[in-house]
Design a protein around this ligand. Structure first.
Ligand code: F6P
Length: 365
């Protein structure tokens, strides 16, 4: 067993869940306990577990090797994508800075370092918190949106794409049977990574992503061309962050008052119905994309990330985020991640060229 000054680490999941988070936790525990004899504390519900009194956490041991954890969707620790400790929503409707509660929680638990599994937003908030408390931190990127910069992949993306491609495989036969255009709305926030990958793999005729402007006339033209080629059905993939022709986003108000993307599929369906005779139907995949068992690719990524993150902690290399590049795991500065922010798709991405090469309409840029 190797010696490390880091004896006790905390691990938490933050932001929206996705498939593969438990696989990361499993890898962290395995490496920390087996290689370095560290103690690992799993923090409940992201930063909330360290802000609550009593603290909410569980000690993690090699029982995470039960055989099921690797395969389980979601996160065994729980997570949150609201409740920024710097502007924490209080019951009376005000926002309060509760960052010191978090810092005190880390001290109370006696953590030498914190491993944060999160997207770029969570990593930014956690970095601020850790800086305030002088808490050594390592980041591990996860998000179905795949918009964390400086890593080719974040945990959860590949599994989400798998769900989307499965959905397109299910939609195509019914589209063909009824001679319809099926519109499939996919998540991804302001990035089109999920839509582009899934649309190519699922044989979409049209892929609309937030990063590339489109015109309804061009969508109609493409679908008519498909019909003229002898196929009487079509598949349209649209990312949730795509704007309507007037430039506004399609959003919905949730029960808690927050707004989320949603509705661009329905908008397209109505717009196409006005311009074409072909019937259209809309499928909104929503949170189905976040659930289910992680794909093999995500399990491998999660495992490589977990092991490397613990190795960084053991070597005292803090302020780093593990990343995947050129078929291997490496690490980058969290400061750089936060400075760059969410990584949208580059309209010159080679996969845009691939899609166009297949005859797919991907917008006009
Ligand atoms: O960031 C992940 C994500 O699933 C986005 O793709 C989506 O827009 C958002 O989270 C949904 O958030 P919520 O789970 O709060 O509805």
């Amino acid at each position: 067993m190797s010696k490390s000054v880091v004896k006790r680490i905390g691990v938490l999941t933050s932001g929206g869940d996705c498939a593969g988070l438990n696989a990361v936790i499993r890898a962290v525990v395995s490496r920390a306990v087996r290689a370095y004899g560290m103690e690992v504390y799993g923090i409940s519900d992201g930063s909330l577990g360290l802000m609550s009194r009593p603290l909410q956490y569980q000690k993690l041991d090699l029982s995470v090797f039960s055989g099921t954890v690797l395969r389980m969707g979601g996160t065994m620790l729980g997570t949150t994508n609201k409740g920024d400790p710097f502007a924490f929503p209080m019951p009376d409707g005000t926002l309060q800075d509760r960052s010191q509660d978090f810092v005190d929680g880390v001290r109370e638990l006696g953590l030498d370092a914190l491993l944060v599994i999160g997207g770029d937003g969570s990593l930014g908030i956690l970095k601020r918190l850790c800086r305030q408390g002088n808490i050594p931190m390592i980041g591990i990127p996860k998000t179905i949106d795949n918009d964390v910069p400086f890593t080719e992949s974040a945990v959860g993306f590949n599994s989400a794409v798998r769900v989307c491609v499965d959905a397109l495989d299910h939609l195509q036969p019914t589209a063909a049977s009824h001679h319809r255009v099926m519109i499939c709305e996919m998540m991804g926030r302001d990035a089109g990574h999920i839509a582009l990958h899934s649309g190519i793999a699922g044989g979409a005729d049209v892929i609309l992503i937030p990063e590339i402007p489109y015109s309804l006339d061009a969508v109609v033209e493409k679908l008519r061309a498909v019909h003229d080629e002898g196929r009487r059905h079509g598949l349209v993939v649209v990312a949730e962050g795509v704007r309507m022709e007037d430039g506004n986003s399609a959003t919905m108000r949730m029960a808690d008052g927050q707004r989320r993307y949603g509705g661009i599929g329905l908008y397209l369906s109505e717009a196409l119905a006005e311009r074409m005779d072909t019937e259209t139907r809309v499928t909104v995949l929503g949170h189905v994309q976040r659930g289910g068992t992680p794909s093999a690719t995500d399990r491998v990524l999660a495992s490589a990330f977990g092991v490397h993150a613990v190795d960084l902690a053991a070597r005292g290399r803090f302020g780093r985020m593990v990343a995947w590049r050129d078929r291997g795991v490496m690490d980058v500065s969290i400061d750089d991640i936060v400075a760059v922010g969410a990584r949208q798709l580059d309209p010159r991405d080679p996969l845009v060229h691939t899609a166009r090469g297949l005859g797919t309409y991907v917008g006009d840029l």
